[in-house]
Design a protein around this ligand. Structure first.
Ligand SMILES: [Ca+2]
Ligand SMILES: [Ca+2]
Length: 70
């Protein structure tokens, strides 16, 4: 069971420019910081795409949360 406060903190950590959306580049940077250096831009894009519900190619908090709380 995911915790929405934890999810919000995690989202803000990944969203480095603070615009409220996670881009593939931000996601890739976050994974690299977590030690996963094998993630390429195209892998990050594929992950974003699989979680992106409205097709704008970025993740809003709602999309991030609905992925975590599935
Ligand atoms: Ca952002
Ligand atoms: Ca989206």
């Amino acid at each position: 069971m995911a915790d929405i406060e934890e999810a919000r903190k995690q989202f803000q950590r990944i969203d480095t420019d603070g615009d409220g959306f996670i881009t593939a580049a931000e996601f890739k940077t976050a994974l690299a910081q977590a030690g996963d250096w094998n993630v390429t831009e195209s892998v990050a894009e594929a992950v974003i795409k699989s979680r992106d519900l409205n097709g704008d190619k970025v993740l809003s908090f709602d999309e991030f949360w609905s992925y975590l709380s599935k």
